[in-house]
Design a protein around this ligand. Structure first.
Ligand SMILES: NC(=O)c1ccc[n+]([C@@H]2O[C@H](COP(=O)([O-])OP(=O)(O)OC[C@H]3O[C@@H](n4cnc5c(N)ncnc54)[C@H](O)[C@@H]3O)[C@@H](O)[C@H]2O)c1
Length: 320
C-alpha cells in the first residue's frame, strides 16, 4: 500500500541510549518526521536534533507538548518520570509511546492506561522483545501446537551490567530497582507474550551481590503459568558469563531460544533468524495506532499483566 498522507509529526523526550535508537528508527521511516526533542541535558538534545534533523530543541517538557504538529510523543526517559510525563502528554492530546517499564508499579500503569482510554488516545509501551523474530516464532509455534502442551519453561538472563553509563540506574527510587524494572520486565513480558497465558503463582528469592545497585541484583523465581505449567526464571546483573536463553518444553516437542533475538530451534533444528531488533516494527505500530487506530501487540492494555507480575515478584523476593 502506498502511504499518501502527510508523515506523522513526533516529539522525542529523553536523548540518551534508547532515545538515539528511536531517532534512528524515525529517520528510516518515511511515514513519520522527528519534529522536536527535549532533554534536560541540552547538549544531548542538540546533538540528536543535528544528527536527525529535528526542527526544534525545546527548553522544557511542557513546551514540547505545545507543538500542534506533534501528534505523538516518544518517552525515552528514566522510569520514575514515565507516569507524570505520560499523563501530561495524553492530557495535551498526544498519542504516547513510553519506554519499558511502563511505570514503577501496576497501579501507576493502570492510571496511565485509564487516562489514555478516557481521552481516546493511544498508549504503547516499549516491550520490544515482542517484535524479536525468535520470540514471535516461538509464540506462533506454541499457538500452532507444534510442541503439544507446554509443561515447563526455563529462562535465564545473566549479564554483567556494572557500568551502565546511566547515573539514575543505581537509584531504586528512580528505577523501581534495576534488576526487576530494567531487566526482568523484558523477560516476564516475553514469556507472557510467547505463551499467551496468565501467571497464577509466584515464588521468588533474591539477594544482593554488588552494593552499587542499592537493591537486589540476583533473582531466582518459580512461576506457574495457566494450568500447571511451571517456569524457572533466573536473572543476574553480575555474571561474568553472559547467558540469554530460553527452553520451552512441551509434551510433544521443545523450543530453544538463544543469541538474543536471532537463535531459534524447534526440536534441535536450528535456524538463525533475521537481524531485526524490532525497533522499526515497534515504531510502525505506533504510527499505525496513532493514525489508523490499529491495535498493537505492545498496547498498554496488553502490558498491564506484566506490571502485575513484577509487583508480585518483588513482593515475594523481598519476603523474609
Ligand atoms: N527497549 C529496550 O530495549 C531498552 C533499552 C535501554 C533502555 N530502555 C528504557 O529506555 C528508558 C531510557 O533509558 P536509556 O538507556 O536511554 O537511559 P539514558 O540515561 O541513556 O537516557 C535517558 C535520558 O533521559 C534524560 N532525562 C532525565 N530526566 C528527564 C526528564 N524529566 N525529562 C526528559 N528527559 C529526561 C536524561 O538526561 C537522559 O539523556 C528507560 O525506561 C529504560 O529502561 C529500553
Amino acid at each position: 500500500m502506498i502511504w499518501r498522507s502527510k508523515p506523522i509529526g513526533l516529539a522525542l523526550v529523553g536523548c540518551g541510549n534508547i532515545g538515539r535508537v528511536h531517532a534512528q528508527a524515525m529517520q528510516r521511516n518515511k511515514r513519520c518526521r522527528l519534529l522536536s526533542v527535549f532533554d534536560p541535558e541540552r547538549e544531548r538534545a542538540e546533538q540528536i536534533a543535528r544528527e536527525f534533523s529535528a526542527k526544534h530543541v525545546t527548553a522544557d517538557f511542557k513546551t514540547i507538548l505545545e507543538d500542534p504538529e506533534a501528534e505523538g510523543v516518544v518517552l525515552a526517559t528514566p522510569h520514575h518520570v514515565h507516569l507524570e510525563q505520560t499523563l501530561q502528554a495524553l492530557d495535551a492530546g498526544k498519542h504516547v509511546f513510553v519506554e519499558k517499564p511502563m511505570a514503577l508499579d501496576a497501579e501507576q500503569a493502570r492510571q496511565m492506561y485509564e487516562r489514555a482510554q478516557s481521552l481516546d488516545r493511544r498508549l504503547l509501551v516499549g516491550q520490544v522483545m515482542r517484535f524479536w523474530p525468535n520470540v514471535q516464532k516461538a509464540r506462533e509455534a506454541i499457538q500452532a501446537g507444534r510442541i503439544g502442551c507446554l509443561r515447563h519453561i526455563i529462562r535465564r538472563r545473566l549479564v554483567y551490567q556494572r557500568d551502565t553509563g546511566r547515573g539514575w540506574a543505581y537509584d531504586p527510587s528512580k528505577t523501581g530497582g534495576w534488576l526487576i524494572h530494567g531487566n526482568t520486565v523484558h523477560e516476564v513480558d516475553a514469556l507472557l507474550y510467547m505463551t499467551g497465558l496468565k501467571v497464577t503463582h509466584i515464588q521468588a528469592m533474591a539477594t544482593r551481590n554488588n552494593p552499587i545497585w542499592n537493591d537486589i541484583d540476583e533473582l531466582s523465581a518459580v512461576l506457574r503459568f495457566g494450568d500447571g505449567i511451571i517456569c524457572s526464571l533466573t536473572l543476574s546483573l553480575n555474571s561474568h558469563v553472559t547467558s540469554l536463553e530460553t527452553t520451552l518444553v512441551g509434551d510433544e516437542g521443545s523450543i530453544f531460544l538463544r543469541d538474543c533475538h536471532r537463535g531459534y530451534a524447534l526440536n534441535g533444528q536450528w535456524e538463525t533468524l533475521g537481524d531485526n531488533m524490532g525497533f522499526g516494527d515497534q515504531l510502525m505500530d505506533f504510527i499505525r495506532a496513532a493514525r489508523e487506530g490499529k491495535h498493537s501487540r505492545v498496547d498498554a492494555e496488553a502490558v498491564l499483566p506484566t506490571m502485575h507480575v513484577l509487583d508480585s515478584l518483588r513482593r515475594s523476593a523481598c519476603e523474609k
